[in-house]
Design a protein around this ligand. Structure first.
Ligand SMILES: C[S@@+](CC[C@H](N)C(=O)[O-])C[C@H]1O[C@@H](n2cnc3c(N)ncnc32)[C@H](O)[C@@H]1O
Length: 223
């Protein structure tokens, strides 16, 4: 029902989803050849509902400069670029060069691709680089390996990469429902939990966790 009754994605986004859905053998091959550091999975894509949510948040906030942490095949970055004005920008960060190349080829079908800047490397290092360039963003979408979530959140706050009165959107905050199931948490589950608790303890932010897929938290930086 979510897919049926949410606005339908653009042709370029639909194309990104379709092409990503058949990448599992490619990822296995790339990992086997040592061309990626981790085994990637087609299921990592954000997709329609989250893309529409990000687009509506940007339309409401009027934000112009966006940071997308975790490019993968480029869905979230393109979804956000589509609703930005001509002088809007999306900086997107990705550890795996191969994924960043696939994302670029997916964006090339879109008239909004010129708004996207891709940077390849570890998120932590790339955030340091962005902070040294004195960048700051109106919306940040955080969607990478969960063990790094809380440290990256602290960095976004301490460096002002996330401006006051701006929005952070965090994916997979209920990581695979692990905490709900009562089982031992994986490293990703523990990472998501550390961020969730850290947000609760931080008076500078106002947040709500939404039960979309395996959890999306909207975090408003109030001071
Ligand atoms: C869940 S996917 C991102 C999905 C993407 N936002 C979308 O809309 O489809 C996570 C991506 O982040 C990358 N990644 C994970 N940990 C990272 C890190 N520490 N630094 C940089 N990239 C990382 C992975 O290689 C992967 O491509």
């Amino acid at each position: 029902m979510i897919t049926k009754y949410s606005s339908q994605p653009s042709e370029a986004l639909q194309n990104t989803s379709k092409k990503t859905a058949i990448t599992n053998s490619l990822w296995a091959d790339l990992k086997g050849k040592g061309k990626t550091s981790r085994l990637m999975e087609a299921e990592m894509i954000s997709g329609q509902a989250e893309g529409q949510l990000l687009q509506i948040l940007l339309k409401l906030s009027g934000g112009k400069h966006v940071l997308d942490i975790g490019t993968f095949t480029g869905y979230s970055s393109l979804a956000m670029a589509e609703v930005l004005p001509e002088d809007g920008t999306v900086v997107t960060l990705e550890r795996e060069k191969e994924a960043a190349e696939i994302a670029k080829s997916n964006w090339s079908l879109s008239p909004h691709s010129f708004k996207i800047e891709s940077r390849v490397g570890e998120a932590h290092d790339l955030l340091e680089q962005l902070a040294s360039e004195r960048k700051s963003f109106d919306l940040v979408f955080l969607d990478i390996d969960k063990p790094g979530y809380f440290a990256l959140y602290q960095m976004l706050m301490d460096t002002n990469l996330l401006k006051v009165e701006s929005l952070l959107v965090v994916d997979n905050v209920m990581y695979k429902g692990e905490e709900l199931s009562g089982k031992d948490l994986s490293l990703n589950g523990l990472g998501a939990q550390a961020l969730n608790q850290g947000l609760l303890d931080d008076h500078r932010v106002h947040q709500v966790m939404l039960p979309l897929r395996d959890g999306v938290t909207l975090v408003y930086r109030q001071c």
